[in-house]
Ligand binder design. Sequence first.
Ligand code: SF4
Ligand code: SF4
Length: 130
Amino acid sequence: MIFKALFLQLFTRPVTNRFPAKYMPTSVLGFLGKVQEGKAKIVPPVPVTEGFRGKIAYDREKCIGCQLCIRVCPAQVIEFKPEEKKIRMYVTRCTYCAQCVDVCPVGALSRSQEFLLADYDRFASNLVVE
Ligand code: SF4
Ligand code: SF4
C-alpha cells in the first residue's frame, strides 16, 4: 500500500506553497495582498497585536547619526555609514528586542508589523535597511 502511495507521489504536484511567501503564485497572493509594479506586496494574512515587534523600520530623514542604536544593539545588526552619517541594518541578525527603538532620541526607528521576512538571500533588498 505504501509503495503505491509513494509511486503516485511521483506524478502528483505538491499541495504546499513555495516559501518564502513572496514567491507564492499570484493566485495565492490574491488572498494575501496585491501585486504592485510587477512585484508581490505581501500583507500579513492575520492581524497582529498592538506593540507587535516586527521588522524594525528606519526613517533615514529623521536620523541624526548619533549611533546610540549601534551601542545598545546586542546582535550587531547595525553599522554606521560615516560618509552619510546614517546607518545600515542587517535584518536577518535582528532579535526584535526593540532596544534601538527605545534609545533613538529622534524616533527614527520603530516597530513595524512586517514579519514575512523569509528569503533565500540574507542580503535581499528588503533585508538590508538603509
Ligand atoms: S531590535 Fe534589537 S537586535 Fe534588532 S536592531 Fe534593534 S537593538 Fe538590534
Ligand atoms: S539612534 Fe536613531 S538617530 Fe541615532 S543613529 Fe540610530 S537611528 Fe540614527
